[in-house]
Design a protein around this ligand. Sequence first.
Ligand SMILES: [Fe+2]
Ligand SMILES: [Fe+2]
Length: 271
Amino acid sequence: MADWSLEKMVKKEYRNVEKTLIIPDIHCPYEDKGAVHAVVAFSKEYKPDKIKILGDIVDFYALSKFDKEPDRITGLQKEIDVAQYYLDLIRKSNPKADITLFEGNHEIRLMKYLRKNPEISSLRSIRSADRLLEVSKFNIKYRTNEIHHGILVKHGNVVRKHSAYTAKGEFDNEGTSGISGHTHRLSAHYITNRNGQHAWYEMGHLCDENQAEYMEGKVPNWQKGFGLVEYDKDRKIWRVEQIPIIGDSFIYGSKTYKWRSNQKFEDRDSL
Ligand SMILES: [Fe+2]
Ligand SMILES: [Fe+2]
């Protein structure tokens, strides 16, 4: 009988895998506090080399062109304070990680508002969302998009009716593998052509559905969750994992992570 074993044929290597945590739409101050804190707690254990915050970190509801419900207007400063609270929490929990915040359409709301009010738009500190959020204070980069090992990472601007339709739409437009937020849905769309195997992923959201949009009693067709990208630097292959959050828990690596839905977060709640 030949001298072989499965272990010799299929080897495991751990050394050269780069780990990236993907944090989708938070929409401060309408975030799901438990879910965002749970993802940050998870990051302390997962220890990502990189973190990509996919945009719409701030709702900027105060600047929305849509009709405002009076009790939803909490003020621009509070929205910024809450976003900075999470940027600080993510940075302190991951002191060595390379962190990038991507520009979402809710951050663009700021620029649109300022363009309509040119008398204040010349102020340097409010000329862009990254300056207003002071992202550099947290050693966080701000980008509109980025190629991450051949995967285009961006907030996204396509919205189709169903999960994965948008992922297909983004791939059709961009012609490359990618990751986006924006739709608040989870999905993957795979494509194989003469250039190889590709995929586009919609990464869900981390906001409180009951507060984030005025749904007129409808159930939003959204999925809460977050993602991971693992990249083998030697073999130059990657794998994207999507982790759905169901209520107040999620499963990763055969373990369930759970929190109380009415959990208090003193530092956040005091803002
Ligand atoms: Fe968006
Ligand atoms: Fe969003």
